[in-house]
Ligand binder design. Structure first.
Ligand code: ADP
Ligand code: TZD
Ligand code: MG
Length: 578
């Protein structure tokens, strides 16, 4: 579809001119920049815009709640390195999308939240417009950048700025405010075409300083017990070959953070995933690649890092990340592809592998831990425990390594992360930096849409509830998504009791709920699975058929523990219990 919407002809044919409008200019600007998918919820003032975008060949996926559309956009950004686009209505729709925008920023995923907004004149005088809110001001502290476009001729520049802000440097969320009046503004079509901007080299390579590479290699050479930690920034960077070469050429054991699992296969001989506590404690030099020393790595200090003095080398595109928690003795600032290539070049042909003492100690620990776990994963207990159910899913992912695994919950998250090996990059998508519940169905939709691969979403029953209504969306678009709900009747466990009164305890749900029936309500396949064998059959059938499927996996309500693996983060009263 062209930008031309109308041809106004006056009596004199020479006065005929083509016109375009805001609706079409936004569509043309998106298409010009290869932004071909929108995740959103329609309503005033963006309903017609969504229709027109769809008619113009943009894929427009309508959700049941903006937060889920926003999470979809955020993970689309992670998977594609292009900003994921979320489209919402004003005030409440905008706010619903904002959680996901903040999530994208926190996780360093590129995303643009585009929200329609109400009449500026009325909003600014606070005269009570329909869905009135100063959205730009609200968005600003929660994203990387926020822009408003008031004139049709600025749409091209506005979108270009949003794209650059989202993907360059450390990626993040950008807010783009489009007041209702903008959509209908008319301008000369030729002028309009000229006003559009095709963003060239939106995320330019950022080469590290040669000194920083030399410094990093010097520190690495002096290591007796080196470790590489790969974070989701490394997965995002899509420098898979360079990272593999660095790991293999150096011979250094590596530890993948949750969403970096599979960047190199978890079964790679150098993977120290199953010896995590040992390598954190005993390493002497740690090379961080696209991973922050935040709570997920215990801030780089304290008990989990042991008594051995540590030296940290850090590769990150964000210079301010250095020394955020502990001293970084060798900061390497640049994009991961360029930095890792420079390290490889600097290593030369004769790199000394780490002492065998270190690598064999890790291999021993890893093999012991794997052997300890193995029998638990093979149990066929009824009711199922987490290990019996996860043992099955682990085999299924091994047999279908290109499937995308989505994972949220507490025990369901922590145990699945440990048990299910990943074999390919960017196949594990989970709660991320915030440990947020609610990403599940939005991520599932975007993963299926953006990659065309089958999706397996492993969800705690609580976690699923945050986005569960989107099973209708999954059925409506007939996406190859298989959802497995680990139904233990509640948050962490299904056995809590209220010590006073008749209300249920705060962490429990309706007993023996049948989530599979929700799927049937929308024409999908629902299965109730009570044993690992049943679960295996149902998941394989779903993955073979590609039909939207929801499996209610009945898990022993006593099997989980409070907060999964992070129970220690619950505050305790200074008043000691008597
Ligand atoms: P994890 O949670 O897996 O440990 P984090 O989200 O904490 O990972 O860290 C990701 C880091 O990767 C961020 O500090 C971000 O700045 C960085 N990053 C993202 N993309 C790139 C890139 N292309 N090059 C370099 N660093 C990147
Ligand atoms: N709200 C949001 C948005 N994010 C959160 N992380 C929480 C609340 C708190 N929370 C967790 O951290 S895990 C969890 C909640 C509510 C649910 C755990 O129950 P589950 O998993 O059923 O999903 P398990 O297997 O029962 O532990
Ligand atoms: Mg649960």
């Amino acid at each position: 579809m062209s930008a031309v919407v109308q041809s106004i002809s006056s009596a004199a044919p020479e006065a005929e001119r083509e016109l375009t409008d805001g609706f079409n200019l936004i569509i043309d600007a998106l298409k010009l920049n290869g932004l071909d998918t929108i995740y959103g919820v329609p309503g005033i003032p963006i309903t017609d815009f969504g229709r027109m975008a769809q008619a113009a060949g943009i894929r427009v996926l309508s959700f049941r709640h903006e937060q889920n559309a926003g999470y979809a956009a955020s993970i689309a950004g992670f998977l594609t390195k292009k900003p994921g686009i979320c489209l919402t209505v004003s005030a409440p729709g905008f706010l619903n999308g904002l959680t996901a925008l903040a999530h994208a920023t926190t996780n360093c995923f590129p995303m643009i939240l585009i929200s329609g907004s109400s009449e500026r004149e009325i909003v600014d005088l606070q005269q009570g417009d329909y869905e009135e809110m100063d959205q730009l001001a609200v968005a600003k502290p929660l994203c990387k950048a926020a822009f408003r476009v008031l004139h049709a001729q600025d749409i091209g520049i506005g979108l270009a700025r949003a794209i650059r802000a989202a993907v360059s440097g450390r990626p993040g969320g950008v807010y783009l405010d489009l007041p209702a009046k903008l959509f209908g503004q008319v301008m000369d079509a030729e002028e309009g075409r000229k006003s559009l901007v095709k963003v060239i080299d939106a995320a330019p390579a950022q080469l590290p300083a040669p000194d920083s590479i030399k410094r990093a290699l010097d520190v690495l050479k002096g290591a007796k017990r080196p470790l590489i930690i790969l974070g989701k920034g490394a997965a995002y960077a899509q420098a898979d070959d360079e990272i593999r070469q660095l790991v293999e050429k150096s011979g250094i054991p590596f530890l993948p953070m949750s969403m970096a699992k599979g960047l190199l296969p978890d079964l790679h001989p150098q993977c120290a995933g199953a010896a995590r506590s040992t390598v954190l404690k005993d390493s002497d030099v740690v090379l961080l690649i696209g991973a922050r020393l935040n709570w997920l790595l215990s801030h780089g200090k304290g008990k989990s890092w042991g008594d051995q003095p540590k030296k940290f080398i850090q590769i990150d595109i964000e210079p301010k990340e250095m020394d955020s928690n502990v001293e970084i003795v060798a900061p390497v600032v640049g994009d991961i592809g360029s930095c890792v290539s420079a390290l490889l070049a600097g290593m030369g042909g004769a790199w000394q592998a780490p002492p065998a003492e270190w690598t064999t100690a890790i291999a021993k620990k890893r093999d012991e831990n794997v052997a300890k776990m193995a029998p638990r994963l093979m149990n066929n207990n009824v009711p199922m425990d987490y290990h019996g159910a996860l043992g099955v899913l682990r085999t299924i992912i091994a047999e279908r390594p290109d499937a995308i695994l989505i994972n949220e919950g507490a025990n369901t998250l922590d145990l699945a992360r440990g048990v299910i090996d990943m074999h390919q990059p960017r196949k594990r998508l989970d709660v991320g930096t915030w440990g947020v519940m609610g990403i599940g169905m939005g991520y599932a939709v975007a993963a299926a849409v953006e990659t065309g691969k089958p999706v397996l979403a492993v969800e705690g029953d609580s976690a699923f509830g945050f986005s569960g209504m989107e099973v209708e969306t999954i059925c409506r678009y007939n996406l190859p998504v298989c959802i497995v709900i680990f139904n233990n009747n509640g948050i962490y466990r299904g056995t809590d009791v209220n010590v006073a009164g008749d209300d249920p305890a705060t962490t429990v749900f309706v007993k023996d709920a049948r989530y599979d029936r929700m799927m049937e309500a929308f024409g999908g396949v629902g299965v109730n699975a009570i044993s690992p064998d049943e679960l295996k059959r149902a998941v394989n059938a779903a993955m073979d058929s590609g039909k939207p499927t929801l499996i209610n996996a009945v898990i022993d309500p006593t099997a989980g523990s409070e907060s999964g693996r992070i129970g220690n983060l619950n505050p305790q009263s200074a008043l000691k219990k008597k």
